[in-house]
Write a protein that binds this ligand. Structure first.
Ligand code: XBP
Ligand code: MG
Length: 256
């Protein structure tokens, strides 16, 4: 029986990557006098790695011609401190950017959260980003009162080993004191799907421009978004072809 719904954040609640995290990274690089620039296309590859600091590390390893000599000669500790400092600046820039309110929640998210809350279902978050970024997103969209409906928040601070590892979902399930059979995960990426599935969760995918081509064959339902009354969703997986929005009833059918 469905008792809780666990939401991913980036790409699922809102399209934060291309016009939120990516420019915040670029501004942080400028602040550190680095000539690094992550284009929309390059960022698509970098998104293979979850976690901002891990992503910068991957960039240095994978794109030495773009990363240049800025980190040459640093030992592991120095490199880790350097990336951590850049990442702190990036988080400040990202939260400032969210305060401008340019990034809305995705179609159907507010409707579904309201419906689940009204029906007394439990809500949680499982993300690789930080609590500060989650707070900024809610504060400047639906408000912090809605964030308070989320009983458990699993973020980077609670699960330092990030998706596709299932750690953040294990943390959330343990805090909810629920078994995976009673919960649904909402995700947008292959890494998120792997994490949720490794924790035994029924998983719904809402694709976005960065993830649409990924392999979602293990998902229980794949849609382009959750749908709203005048904005029907499209089902990209095999079953439930006729639906035009994802609601509590459909989610509970997925785990019966
Ligand atoms: C998405 C991520 C994060 C963000 C950037 O997380 O992998 O790394 O891209 O945020 P999810 P940080 O889809 O699990 O919400 O810089 O704070 O890591
Ligand atoms: Mg995501």
């Amino acid at each position: 029986m469905m008792k809780a719904v666990i939401f991913d954040v980036d790409g699922t609640l809102a399209d934060t990557e291309r016009d939120g995290h990516r420019p915040a990274f670029n501004q942080a690089f400028q602040a550190f006098n680095l000539n690094w620039h992550w284009s929309v296309e390059l960022y698509g590859d970098l998104l293979k790695v979850t976690g901002g600091q891990e992503r910068m590390y991957y960039f240095i390893q994978q794109y030495p011609e773009l990363a240049g000599k800025a980190t040459d000669g640093m030992n592991e500790t120095e490199l880790s401190d350097f990336l951590s400092n850049i990442h702190q600046t990036k988080t400040r820039l990202y939260t400032d950017m969210m305060a401008q309110g340019h990034i809305p929640l995705r179609t159907g998210i507010e409707r579904l959260i309201n419906e689940l809350h009204a029906k007394g279902l439990r809500l949680a978050i499982a993300t690789t980003t930080s609590t500060r970024n989650i707070t900024a997103l809610f504060e400047h969209t639906v408000g912090l009162d809605v964030l308070n409906w989320f009983e458990v928040i699993g973020a980077a601070e609670q699960a330092p080993i990030k998706k596709p590892a299932p750690d953040v979902y294990f943390y959330v399930l343990q805090q909810l004191n629920l078994s995976p059979q009673d919960c649904i995960a909402l995700e947008d990426s292959a890494n998120g799907l792997k994490a949720a599935k490794a924790a035994g969760l029924t998983t719904v995918i809402t694709t976005n421009a960065y993830t649409a081509q990924e392999d979602f064959s293990a998902a229980d339902l794949v849609v382009d978004h959750l749908g709203d009354p005048n904005v029907p969703c499209h089902v990209l997986s095999n079953q439930f072809k006729a639906i035009n929005r994802v609601d509590a009833k459909l989610l509970s059918q997925l785990i019966q």
